[in-house]
Write a new protein. Sequence first.
Lengths: 251, 357
Amino acid sequence: MDELRRTYHDDLSQAKDELVRLAAVVTESIPRATAVLLDGDLEGADYIIRGDDEIDARALDLEEHCYQILALQAPVATDLRQVVALTKMVAEVERSADLLCNICKAARRIYGHELDPKLRGIIARMGEQAQQLYDAAIESFVENDAAKAAAVDDMDSYLDGLQKQFVQAIFESHAAGRIDLQVAVQLAVVARFYERIGDHAVNIGERVRFVVTGWLPEHKGAARFKYRTDVTGEIPRIPAASLPDAADGHD
Amino acid sequence: MGLLNRRRETDGASPELDDARAETDRLRLELDRARSTLDGLPIGVVVVDADGAVVSRNRSASFGRGHSEVLISEAIDRQVRQALDGRESTAAVELFGPPKRVVQVRATPQADGGAYVVVEDISERARLDAVRTDFVANISHELKTPVGALAVLAEALSEETDLAVVHRLAGKMVDEAHRAATSIDDLLELSRIELGGSAVRDPVDVRQALREAVIRSLAAAEQRDIRIDLDEPVEPITVLGDRRQLVSAISNLIDNAVKYSEPGSDVYVSTTREQSRDHAWVGMQVRDRGIGIPAKDLDRIFERFYRVDRARSRDTGGTGLGLAIVRHVATNHEGDVQVTSIEGEGSTFTLRIPVAP
């Protein structure tokens, strides 16, 4: 490897390491935020909320580092996808950290209100599941494993199911007069935060697939869009049979 | 082969060279020995040079890419930077895991401008500290509360002339005295079990023990409209131990299950068998569909006087020693007790005892 390429690869692997470190902070903070919520730990809430500033600063640095690599090294092919994917993933990680802050802020708002064991149990499980998704997504990133990355999407459906179950439990708890409407609303929002953290993990997984295969789920939608414009336009360029099925889900 | 031949050729030809070679071999041996000693240590050791580049790390300090390990590596980097500035520095990294643990990272500067880092898992030490402080606070709470209540009631009684009030106060004093007596009884029972060790080793039929324990809890269960389902093992299982202790342990578990179940639900008592290469175990399992136990309390509920919810514990009337007794009975029988729980869904306790050969 010539000197120039070596610097580039060192640079890139440094950026990748930093993403893994940032994601580790987020992964670690998921059970921490869950404990804050379940134990009404105001000190812990403060710790996570203050820690977010450092994550923001580090995410910005990492993003700039990626731009620097793009500008100075002009990578191509897989390498280019690698760097572009990194800039996207930084945003996912940074946003997930924000969501954890939001969970802590919700914990402050409902401080002192007792929750049903059933609600607490589902919160604990949502936290565990969100953390597992994050772990799996980062593992697929570290190992460049497209198959593992694809699995993250399927794992996410379990978290989505928990969220629905949780909302149902909130209704029951509220109907039985065990929680106020305000607490109920806060809890519903908290469930949404966990679900979104899971979605960010799925997005990271998709970026990993993009690095390895060059494919993004948006390609399906884009292909459909192209097809539609073609039939209403002049020459349909793609035969309909070769198009992905629109009923596959929204991409 | 070639190397050996060449060595033989130089034999005697150059004594200095032979000496140097012997010295190199000796040093290499010593280095290997030091390295394998370091690798055998349960603590992680990382050595860096003056530029901060890692010179060597032992096996306990080889971290993977799991998020906890990434965070430990990051803490090491941070401490190393301080040590390279000539300051010894220590940091405790608290990790939520899972598993939850506390890791201490200490970096010390070395004379050559480099540094070495020692990484040690101090979770157990941190846990024991918490146990110790909580124990003192909890025991005084459990014992002082009824005694304090007695003092206040007695004071009120001494100045009371209304007979109806005297009766009411006296009744309350009896309740409080009973509460204190139960706590002391349980404490004595616990120290008896702790001291008793493995004194009694009689064959005990697990089915009989389970039946006896279930019968003890029937009245309490009926009162709360809870059904106890006993799924007996098909074949008789015998363990060696103290029958009275085993029944009391199982009965403690069933009592708890009844206490923390929703009225109208059921408690399921069953057995499992485990077989490894040189051990056979029987697990006596008690499952409830009650309120469950918060994750943060799960590894602490077997401590003496530990309470998940102090406000509630006075209503349920336990002494806070039941699970401590269960754990000691398990230890006395070379077994263990485990728990899994999800809040709102219920808990499962498993008392595992080796099966008699």
